[in-house]
Design a protein around this ligand. Structure first.
Ligand code: BES
Ligand code: MN
Ligand code: MN
Length: 483
């Protein structure tokens, strides 16, 4: 039956890609309130396909996130119910035949159908929501993160249903969220409130990368994160900079001064206590990372494209991006940035700042340390609001279980290479909840490539990897039925 499903997938490759393109045409940008209807359309697209291939109990589950205060620089603070209601797509198939008298394994398949914003638009060689094939790749926002990888699972399940008499050899629950790129608070609340509805023996996630082309990879750690905003206020309203300059506080300068004290020129975060809980990777992990095919100069030149790499002295690039926390500024807004000149002392300024966390740091404690420190260095005449936008725990996943062995065997059949174990610098907030709240071992089996331009212009997915991913998932799901 495995072979038949693999054959089915091979015979339907062209159709699978065309369907993915239809999904990629839907601009499901979760952070943009104007796109809420498109986000929902993408959820419905996925639900319809799950229903068509034979999944049961297919439904959209509505989510809501707590109210937060949004304070744009160009207007008064407003309380909005943030990004409410991007639905999750749920489906299951729970009557696989027992194997040798034992209930069949239940696999929780997770993915996300929401995508990042597309700016800067003029750097795209083809429009982000007009999927275009070039050089064996499919270019579009969401191609690899995560619509393309999520679609691999749907197509693997279809291939199994189609060649297994309309049934599956394993029990499957599918949960596809629409808020991963904005923190995943909705699904986290759902997991806390309804743990039984996602109960499974193992979770399978394809939302990470391969370490190098042709190198099957399991990701065994993700950084956590806290995403924050600092709003600085000075005068009651914008002021003439000649009349008041010299007497009125300037919130932009205040933010610059604060930001300059968050990280020193050696890449070390200056928040007192911030590193106290940082756990070093094991000696075995560090030794394994040294054997990975990594060329720092090639990475600098082709992936980063800067004249020099920066970061903490004494740590390799892989350690710095996988096992050390970092702090980044994403944007600073406010005041006058239009053409020409306007002499104004702005009343407000806003900075968006995030920190990536590693085991055993916690979001709550890290945010408390950060907030306390920022408030302690607030320049005179300025009032600050330090807000937490979203948070997620760092994770390391165990490699010592039969599911990991099944995954490496499945990928060995497809790639004819031994799997490498890596960590990822990025975050997938719900993975920590799967592990901690549900106690479900989680496999991060990703098929992206290092140069797939996630979150950047010209995001792509290598089409060969889309098909190899489907085959790997078919083989994995078939082989874990009896574990
Ligand atoms: N798929 C990524 C996470 C990722 C990418 C992990 C590459 C490992 C390697 C995910 O969609 C993502 O971008 N997550 C956000 C989460 C955040 C908004 C809470 C991230 O990491 O910035
Ligand atoms: Mn993703
Ligand atoms: Mn992403």
């Amino acid at each position: 039956m495995t072979i038949a499903a693999v054959e089915f997938a091979k015979n339907n490759q062209a159709r699978f890609v065309e369907e993915l393109k239809d999904l990629l045409r839907i601009p499901s940008i979760s952070t943009d309130p104007e796109r809420a209807a498109d986000v929902r359309r993408a959820a419905e697209f996925v639900a319809a396909e799950l229903r068509r291939i034979g999944m049961e109990n297919v439904k959209l589950i509505e989510t809501s996130t707590p109210e937060i205060v949004l304070a744009p620089c160009d207007g008064p603070a407003q309380v909005v119910s943030a990004r409410e209601g991007h639905p999750m797509v749920y489906a299951d198939y729970l009557h696989a035949a027992p194997v040798n008298g034992k209930a069949a394994t239940t696999v929780l398949v997770y993915g996300h159908y929401d995508v990042q914003p597309v700016e800067p638009l003029d750097e795209w060689l083809s429009p982000p929501f007009e999927p275009t094939e070039r050089d064996g790749n499919i270019y579009a926002r969401g191609a690899v993160d995560d619509k393309g990888q999520m679609w691999m699972h749907v197509k693997a399940l279809e291939s199994l249903f189609a060649t297994n008499g309309g049934t599956l050899p394993i029990n499957v629950r599918v949960i596809i969220e629409g808020e991963e790129e904005v923190g995943g608070e909705g699904i986290a609340a759902f997991v806390r409130e309804h743990p039984d509805q996602l109960r499974a023996d193992v979770a399978l996630v394809s939302d990470t990368e391969m370490f190098a082309p042709d190198l099957p990879t399991l990701c065994v750690g993700l950084r956590g994160m806290i995403y924050t905003e600092i709003e600085a206020r000075g005068a009651r309203t914008d002021l003439h900079s000649g009349m008041y300059g010299g007497a009125a506080p300037n919130p932009h300068i205040a933010l610059a001064q604060i930001i300059a004290q968050l990280k020193d020129s050696n890449g070390h975060i200056s928040i007192p206590g911030f590193y106290d809980k940082v756990a070093a990777p094991t000696a075995a992990e560090l030794a394994a990372w040294k054997t990975l095919p990594f060329d720092e100069e090639h990475y600098r030149e082709t992936e980063v494209g800067s004249i020099k790499l920066t970061g903490e002295a004494g740590f390799s690039v892989l350690e710095r991006t996988w096992a050390r926390p970092t702090l980044e500024v994403h944007g600073i807004a406010g005041g006058f940035t239009g053409a020409g000149a306007k002499t104004v002392i702005p009343a407000r300024a806003l900075a968006k700042i995030s920190m990536r966390l590693v085991p055993d740091q916690t979001p709550a404690e890290s945010f408390a340390l950060y907030k306390k420190y920022v408030e302690s260095i607030c320049p005179e005449g300025i009032t600050l609001e330090v807000r937490l936008i979203h948070a997620g725990d760092p994770v390391v996943v165990s490699t010592d279980n039969p599911y990991v062995r099944a995954a490496t065997e499945a990928m060995h059949t497809v790639f004819a290479k031994e799997t490498v174990f890596v960590r990822g610098g990025g975050s997938i907030p719900i993975v920590g909840d799967f592990i901690r709240e549900l106690g479900t071992p989680t496999l991060l089996m990703g098929f992206g490539l290092p140069d797939d331009n996630l979150h950047a212009p010209n995001e792509k997915f290598h089409i060969a990897n889309f098909h190899r991913g489907i085959e790997s998932i078919v083989r994995f799901l078939s082989s874990v039925a009896a574990i």
